[in-house]
Design a protein around this ligand. Sequence first.
Ligand code: HEM
Length: 520
Amino acid sequence: MASIGLFEALIALFCFLIFYYFLGKKHFSYLHIKKTLESYPWNWPVLGMLPGVLWRLQRIYDCSVEVLENSNLTFQFKGPWFVGMDILATADPANIHHIMSSNFSNYIKGPIFHEIFEAFGDGIINSDMELWRDWRNGSQIIFNHQRYQNFSASTTKSKLKDGLVPLFSHFADKEMVVDLQDVFQRFMFDVTFIFITGFDPRSLSIEMPEVEFAKALDDVGDAIVHRHITPRFVWKLQKWIGVGTEKKMMEAHATFDRVCEKLIAAKKEELRSQVITHNTNGESEDLLTSFIKLDATKYEVLNPSDDKFLRDFTIGFMAAGRDSTASALTWFFWNLSENPNVLTKIFQEINTYLPRTGSDQEKSAYLNKLVYLHGALSESMRLYPPIPFQRKSPIKEDVLPSGHKVKSNINIMILIYAMGRMKTVWGEDAMEFKPERWISETGGLRHEPSYKFLSFNAGPRTCLGKNLAMNLMKTVVVEILQNYEIKVVSGQKIEPKPGLILHMKYGLKVTMTKKCSSFN
Ligand code: HEM
């Protein structure tokens, strides 16, 4: 997402010249600079700590763990002078509880967030206060309705049986090496697209076609990361000239507008013809249909009859649902390959509870009994949270429980990745993959407060798709483990890529073989 491009190289060169100037020729050496930069983010004149961030960009997550562990969980990052890039970074559960829950109304995403994430328009991800409340209320009613529950369950099942399983069989028959990350991204793109619009983009197929909407989402993600590490006036200038990631952002905007216009028109036409023929399926419904039918009089700001509202809804929900679940699944399978004892325990649990016969409802009810699998998925998301950071901004000046004074409108970054690895929060074994930490003494699930386990966010803005995502992942994992043996290709480099979503930088290469008996 954020591979170093021409612009970063120019900044690096600029930094180099500044270091040279400040350190003076006598003391200057490559090793001296390297040591200085690697020990701690140095606060340089004019450039602040930005050079340190760019220097560490490719291993920014692990650096954030070190820095926060050494700063009592909260760290003041100083950006270049006069460009408003100062950030208070925190992984302190007390601060997070204060920001996300107890003082929620004072901490918003704010205008800077809105500007950086402008591609998502005025959708739920980007909204605050009244608009967010309307989004949340409307979405919650639709999400919890039986019609959508039925639709999402049948979509997952059919995409799994008719999409993922035949593709895995093909890979197994041909003894192919495949990138599991790419496969899960395509699977989740299709599933989320169907959840939202009812249409199947069919990106998951043997041909692995490029889908312009998926590419547009990736390009927007790259541009947003670029905006996080670049002074505002610079990316504004790039946008004005139309170069680099800003050019891609503009093209992505155009793709979103064009694709959504077609989708919304087709959906409205479909609904009109259903009214004429009285041919509606009252038991199962996609999200776009439900939003179009929403009773607008119940909301102060939302206007479901407006196409711009429906466009922002589509983009926002696609961005929220697609990559997060694909990332969680990819890291989970990698963690399983590294921890064969965990895999054995998951097999045992599935064997114990899997109903051989029974209705679909009975079969899906058994997912709730898979406590160890739930713990293993949570553990994987603790160490590899699909959304690795959050941004917030206080409306009014405040003092955080850690004692840090925050002025209005400053940037606060909650580093979820670092949070999951803090020894002071999770104990000395914080870096170990241990699903057992999620199991209580009586064998049930151990509850961890969301301000400590933040992968699905905390407080009133907790992820709307949490239960859906957990059930979906359990269904996928059981189906795959039942039918295939997945082997991770040895010798490949596994590391997270800096970005909005915790992708694997080089993907996850695997081979798969079909299992003879149904399960062992
Ligand atoms: C493993 C999978 C998932 C993870 C880890 C996850 C995580 C998160 C996180 C951290 C947020 C807060 C983002 C922010 O405020 O900027 C969020 C919000 C949200 N998520 Fe998820 N998510 C997942 C799957 C899904 C799915 C499948 C859907 C729906 C199709 C979904 C829908 C949403 C929505 C609508 C919001 C916005 C909530 C609000 O602002 O009130 N998520 N999610």
